[in-house]
Design a protein around this ligand. Structure first.
Ligand code: AMP
Length: 543
């Protein structure tokens, strides 16, 4: 027997319709590329998104065609999120931190018809425009007053505000198939070409429901959310959609991601919840520390994309009374997979145990199932000790990559994440490493993430990266690269002694190299493969 309930497709535009109807006066505040602060309401967002949907139709963007964006977090980018996907086209968020050659590849691979860009990226667009054939138009996300006079794009260059002004706000969002594609995001691809993950309206909506929950990203109408994580990196972890669903105030930082600018925006707009990768928070914490200032409104921060060191969790929680939500996810998962929020019996645990728990990436949100398997594919126990390849499946996990040139990534219906993890009896997953980053010493595994976590606890360590370096006896041994805090005179022996009692003896790195900086990739993560290339023979050369 069939149930007798209404069937309505799960569509991205319904989030905007809801926000307009139920939270019309809630604010969206953006620091603009133009330098000023812009503020308007959800009702304005909805109207302008409908105008833009009409504009896209006038540019002959057909359903299913890709529309690229090369933009910071801001209200115009948010309008495109809904105008493009809502009207049936596919939003392709391009990462402006990529090299021009990679952008050329991505634009051609996705066959973007139109590309919208923030003025910051005009030189980048000019450098790729002559090398790509698919875009018919480029749209500068600005108004007449700020439009540059000289550019190399000729009549293909349009102005965003002209498109808005030139089109009516009476657009009916089409009743699309919920399984149709809504947005496209490419993996960061440290090796080989990036792969396209094609989200559907349905997967996006289900992800939005689940990611907003109290034990997930914990968002509500009482929140003011600052997504520092870029809208070009896995849709800012879904926060633009979540904010519409729950009616939260949104604050967009634009291009100003330094500690001082973020701090000022957080205080000025009374942000309650922020989200970003650890590298961004380092700058914010350093600024707050140097000014001896704390946060008057921020109560929670979501940290993910890379392991959140315990030292950072403690700095936020003890130093600033800001709770840390450590989350794990990936482009192929839209991205949220697990979030580290306590179960009832863990709330009153001693502090050290709570911090140890928070170093884990957390438990599955409903809609994602996970398992760990050994090399033969056999499922391993959730005992907190056994570690193996992490596989996931669920409503917002990719089933194949866009373009059809890749084999199915699935194994028996599960997606192998490429992460090596363990899971404790409470279901808390902990990333031991990326499978390619794990250190294999004498046939046993050493977690580079654990080594980095301990090193970061040392007060003189600003950044610590542990890599596998080839070793004549043990195959591989951990090598620690450290950026010291300014003025520190920390030496190798002192730092190595710091590991005594904190990790098993054989996990202790054999050497520490002090460096000025470590290479950071387009999504804010340390490029370990570059470091391995540079320093991977350290122990062989040292002989
Ligand atoms: P991306 O697709 O660029 O978002 O990268 C996904 C990868 O980032 C995952 O497979 C993990 O290796 C890593 N990652 C994401 N979140 C975390 C986290 N909280 N801790 C450790 N690694 C993480």
């Amino acid at each position: 027997m069939q149930g007798l309930m209404m069937q309505q497709p799960l569509l991205v535009a319904s989030l905007l319709k809801h926000a307009e109807r139920h939270h019309s006066t809630q604010e969206i505040v953006s620091r603009r590329v133009e330098g000023d602060i812009h503020r308007y309401r959800y009702v304005d967002l909805a109207q302008r998104a409908r105008r833009m949907a009409n504009a896209l139709a006038s540019l002959a963007v057909a359903p299913g065609e890709r529309v690229g964006t090369l933009a910071w977090n801001g209200y115009r980018h948010m309008e495109l999120y809904f105008a493009v996907s809502g009207s049936g086209a596919v939003l392709h968020t391009l990462n402006p931190r990529l090299h021009a050659d990679q952008l050329v590849y991505l634009i051609e691979h996705a066959q973007d018809r139109v590309i919208f860009f923030d003025l910051t990226f005009l030189p980048l667009i000019e450098s790729v425009a002559s090398r790509v054939t698919s875009p018919k138009f480029y749209v500068a996300m600005t108004d007449r007053a700020h439009m540059p006079r000289n550019h190399g794009l000729g009549s293909r260059l349009l102005r965003y505000e002209d498109l808005i002004e030139g089109h009516r706000a009476d657009f009916e969002w089409p009743l699309l198939d919920e399984n149709s594609a809504s947005s496209l995001c490419y993996t960061s691809g440290t090796t080989g070409n990036p792969k396209g993950v094609l989200y559907s309206h349905r997967s996006t909506l289900l992800h939005t429901y689940a990611a907003a929950l109290p034990d997930s990203l914990n968002c509500s109408a009482r929140d003011t959310i600052l997504p520092v994580v870029p809208m070009f990196h896995v849709n800012a972890w879904g926060l633009p959609y979540i904010a519409c669903m729950v009616g939260a105030k949104l604050v967009f930082p634009g291009p100003a991601l330094d500690g001082k600018s973020l701090y000022e925006l957080i205080e000025q707009e009374q942000v309650t919840l922020s989200a970003g990768v650890p590298t961004v928070w380092q700058g914010l914490l350093a600024h707050a520390g140097s000014q001896n200032s704390s946060f008057s409104s921020m109560r929670r921060t979501i940290i993910g994309g890379a392991p959140c060191p315990t030292a950072m969790t403690a700095a936020f929680q003890k130093g600033h009374q800001v709770d840390v939500l450590h989350a794990w996810g990936m482009t192929e998962l839209s991205p949220v997979g697990t979030v580290c929020s306590f179960k009832a019996h863990q709330v009153a645990l001693p502090e050290a145990q709570r911090y140890a728990l928070q170093a884990r990436q957390g438990r599955s949100v409903f809609g994602i199932d996970m398992k760990i398997v050994d090399a033969a594919g056999k499922e391993l126990p959730w005992d907190g000790y056994a570690s193996g390849d992490l596989h996931v499946r669920g409503h917002w996990v990719t089933s194949e990559y866009f373009g059809g040139e890749h084999d199915t990534p699935l194994h028996d219906g599960w997606f192998p994440t490429g992460d090596v993890s363990k899971i404790d009896p409470d279901g808390f997953m902990q990333i031991v490493d990326r499978s390619k980053d794990v250190i294999k010493s004498g046939g046993e595994w050493i977690s580079s993430a654990d080594i980095e976590n301990v090193a970061c606890l040392h007060p003189d360590v600003a950044t610590a990266v542990c890599i596998a370096a080839r070793h004549p006896k043990w195959d591989e041994r951990p090598l620690l690269l450290v950026v010291k805090r300014a003025g520190s005179t920390l030496g190798m022996e002192d730092l190595l002694n710091f590991f005594d009692g904190r990790v098993a003896k054989w996990w202790k790195p054999d050497a520490v190299l002090f460096v000025d900086a470590v290479p950071i990739g387009a999504t804010g993560k340390v490029l370990k493969n570059q470091l391995r290339e540079q320093y991977g023979d350290h122990y062989l050369q040292a002989r």
